[in-house]
Design a protein around this ligand. Sequence first.
Ligand SMILES: [Zn+2]
Length: 233
Amino acid sequence: MSQTRALYRLQKLDLDLESRRSRAREMAAAREDDRALQAAQAEVAALEGQLRPQEARAADLTLEIKSVVEQTRQLNNRLYSGAVSNPKELEDIQHKIAERGRRHAALEDSLLETMIAVEELQAALDAAQERLRQAEAARASAQETLGAELQQLKSEIKQLKADRERAASQISPEFFEVYQTLRPRKSGHAIALLEGESCSVCGVGQTTVTVQQVRQNLELITCESCGRILVAL
Ligand SMILES: [Zn+2]
């Protein structure tokens, strides 16, 4: 193989290597990315944080209702026990019973509202927990797929590096150096093919002399316009 064609093959290997390395970096980043899972966890935690105080409030209201019912029962007992005969005191007891009645009704209203809130929050929490389970399953499956793909990429990269080393060893140090220097400046595309009489990258037509020299494949000839090394296959 001529030196220039060997260089072209080297560039192909380098480009292949770079695209696999960049894909591997993306995958490694995707493997670290657990934003969806974190969002689902945060949603569950937020709903739990809203639900707990409402449940506590419902329990408090239930206890308070019990207490009011008990107070009413005792007041009624006293009222009908016959032990109280003073009209002022009897009237006072009746007022207290009426007041407990109003309090009981207000507490029942609050309890009903609280129970509705608890039910709604519980339903929202159930749905959020289901989304969390799905996010966990999706992440586990993505981890597995990404892990396997990453493994495959690593072995391809290893093979390409070996191929690249072999290809590079067949190129004269002088040519190799020109290629290496040019490569970063041309975003990895230091070499362009001669297509007909034009550079395949910038499309500019070359002089007859240049075309002949490139076709001889003996020395490094660069494109008159973009400065890339021209290779005729
Ligand atoms: Zn060019």
